[in-house]
Every structure is written in structure tokens, then in C-alpha cells.
Design a protein around this ligand. Structure first.
Ligand code: GH3
Length: 338
């Protein structure tokens, strides 16, 4: 714990002189400050009210706020101690403020109403009485120590809550992600496709034509499973997913709709390029465990911006791509579109 105490506007006042303040300093920190030594970290002295307000602001910004501020009332030129206290209290609601007054200035009620509160507002009347000063030092130090302890406990609780929140956010995010991704290939699933379609579509519309949707279904995939086993079938699905992601690259995204059926969404102006890369992906043999797998696939697509095809929604795209895929399969497996 530390306690930063600053003062001394007293030294500058014409009729008070520095000696009173020196006595105060000695009483607070000098002779027998056993109660204060453990908590006093730094004493900052300011010569004017404005400078004091600035010092409080800077200490707060630096994360080392003052615990106690001593302010004389009369400190020409510039703002007086009461105004400085008001500004300081507005900056630091829990700071302890000690108004150091001569008897003639001692108007606690009036001062408190100007500062805005009696809470944590103290008065020290000059000339100082040593016992009174010690009493106040003890009060301030105890208060600051307990404030620090409470602040420490609160900070620990806040940190614990933050950690909990972070974990909650992470698990929400991963649950959200899990609901939208196919666990085998990590591609988006049908839900993910629905959610991501709009952003590609919107972007593509800015370029003149909406998104296109392409369906791809492996031909006779069941035979791969039957011949090589389900494990190899799985690895083939993953390899197709990887190649489709590469083929679509930055032009859109690939999704797995289920089984051996995939979808690609891309901006229509990029469809031909994407299609070319997809068809070319069969050129590289699918090798698994030394087997060259017999892979061919059928593709059906719905092009956004086609005659009659501009401005169609995802559902209509799906219907068209589905029909196109069916036609391709019926035609002996290959590419078709309406
Ligand atoms: P075609 O589409 O050319 O008519 O023939 P196909 O053999 O691909 O037809 P179909 O769609 O009927 O068969 C898909 C097969 O995919 C059936 C199912 O056992 C298999 N399958 C579905 N999901 C998975 C999976 O996650 N892993 C593996 N290994 N096989 C799967």
C-alpha cells in the first residue's frame, strides 16, 4: 500500500510562512511516523491550486492516484484552495482532502457546500496542534490502508469475473463455431453457408451481379467406401474439401452440405475462374495409402446475374443448383447448369 500526500500551498501564503507547514510535515512524517512509514510512498509539493489539480490528474492517468491532498485556503494568485478541492474531488471522488485553514478561514459548512461533499473532507486549523495532527495522520493512514485493501479485494474480484467472462465468451464462440462447421472437414455446414451467403452476395452485387452457387457431388462415392473402407472414404472427403477451399480461394467459400455433397459460393464475375479451378482439381490424382482413388464428380450451378437469374435469393439458387446437379448426374455424371 502506498499513500501519496501532497501539499504545500501554505509556504507561499504571505502571512502564514513555511514554518507551520514544516511543523506539520515533521509531525506527519518526520519524528515518529511509525503508522505512516509503511504506507507513504511519495510526497509531491505544488505551489498553486491549478498545479495541484494538474498533479492529481497526472497521477490518476499514471495509475498511481494520490491518497491525501492538503490544501491551504488562501493561495494567491489563481484559484483558492476550496476551488482546487472542488476540481480535485470531481477528478478523484474518493481522495481524502485536508483543508488547512487559519481560524479566520474556518467555515466548514460553507467550504463543504462549495466542494460538494463532507465525505473525506477534513480540516486542519492553524496554528497546528501536534496531537490533532497525529490524530488526523492516523485517521488518514488507516482509511487509506482500508481503502487500498478494499480496492485490492475488488480488483481481485473484478479480475476473477473478467476471467470467467472471457472463458464464457470463448465457449460461446466455440459453440457458435461448432454449430456452423462440419466436424470432419472443418468447412462451413449448411447453416454456415446460409449465414455467409449474404455477405458474398452483397459484395458481388456491388460489382454488378450477385453471388453464384455451385453444388458438387462425388460420383459413385459409395463404391470408394465399399472398396477401400470408410476411413479412406473420410480421407478422400477431407482431400476434396481441401482442394475445393484452394480452388475457391479469395473468391468466396466452400461448404460441406453432408455426405459427399459440397457447395461453393462465389461472386458471379469469378464463377468461371472458380469453375475452371474446380474442374482442374481432378487432374491431380487422389492418392491415399498408396491407392489411386477413382474420383470423378458432378457439378451443377446457379449463376447470379444470368438472364432471369439476377437478384435471386439463396433458396432459389439452391433449387436451381440442385436441378442442375441432378441433370449432370442423369447425363452420366459431369457438369450441367439450367
Ligand atoms: P452418385 O452420387 O454418383 O449417384 O453416387 P454415390 O455413391 O456418391 O451416391 P450416394 O449419394 O447415394 O452415396 C453417398 C455415400 O456417401 C453414402 C454414404 O455411405 C457415404 N457417406 C456419407 N457421409 C459419409 C462420411 O462422412 N464418410 C464416408 N466415408 N462416407 C460417407
Amino acid at each position: 500500500a502506498y499513500c501519496r500526500i501532497f501539499s504545500d500551498l501554505v509556504a507561499q501564503t504571505a502571512d502564514d510562512g513555511a514554518s507551520d507547514y514544516d511543523a506539520l510535515s515533521a509531525d506527519l512524517f518526520g519524528d515518529a511516523p511509525e503508522h505512516a512509514a509503511a504506507v507513504i510512498d511519495e510526497i509531491v509539493t505544488c505551489r498553486q491550486g491549478e498545479e495541484a489539480v494538474e498533479a492529481v490528474r497526472a497521477a490518476k492517468a499514471a495509475g498511481k492516484p494520490f491518497g491525501v491532498v492538503f490544501l491551504d485556503v488562501r493561495m494567491p494568485p489563481g484559484i483558492d484552495g476550496v476551488e482546487a478541492a472542488r476540481q480535485i474531488r470531481a477528478l478523484e471522488p474518493v481522495i481524502n482532502i485536508v483543508i488547512v485553514t487559519g481560524y479566520s478561514d474556518h467555515r466548514p459548512t460553507e467550504i463543504a457546500s462549495k466542494v460538494g461533499t463532507v465525505d473525506r473532507l477534513f480540516y486542519l486549523v492553524k496554528p497546528f496542534d501536534a496531537d490533532e495532527v497525529r490524530q488526523m495522520a492516523t485517521t488518514l493512514v488507516n482509511r487509506w490502508t482500508s481503502d487500498s485493501r478494499i480496492a485490492g479485494e475488488l480488483a481481485a474480484q473484478v479480475a476473477a469475473l473478467e476471467t470467467l467472462n472471457e472463458a464464457l465468451r470463448a465457449s460461446e464462440a466455440s459453440a457458435h463455431d461448432a454449430a456452423r462447421r462440419d466436424p470432419l472437414t472443418r468447412l462451413l455446414n449448411r447453416t454456415g453457408l446460409r449465414e455467409h451467403f449474404d455477405s458474398v452476395d452483397r459484395q458481388a452485387r456491388d460489382n454488378g451481379a450477385g453471388a453464384s452457387l455451385l453444388y458438387l457431388d462425388l460420383d459413385r462415392f459409395k463404391r470408394v467406401n465399399d472398396t477401400y473402407g470408410h476411413g479412406i472414404g473420410d480421407r478422400l472427403i477431407c482431400e476434396v474439401a481441401r482442394r475445393l477451399s484452394n480452388a475457391v480461394a479469395q473468391d468466396g467459400f466452400a461448404a460441406r452440405l453432408g455426405g459427399d455433397e459440397f457447395a461453393i459460393v462465389c461472386g458471379s464475375p469469378r464463377l468461371d475462374a472458380v469453375l475452371g479451378r474446380i474442374l482442374a482439381m481432378a487432374d491431380e490424382p487422389f492418392l491415399t495409402d498408396g491407392h489411386v482413388l477413382p474420383v470423378s464428380f458432378s457439378v451443377g450451378y446457379s449463376r447470379g446475374g444470368d438472364e432471369g437469374g439476377g437478384g435471386i435469393d439463396l433458396q432459389e439458387h439452391m433449387r436451381r443448383a440442385d436441378v442442375a446437379l441432378y441433370v449432370a448426374k442423369e447425363a452420366g455424371r459431369g457438369v450441367a447448369r439450367p
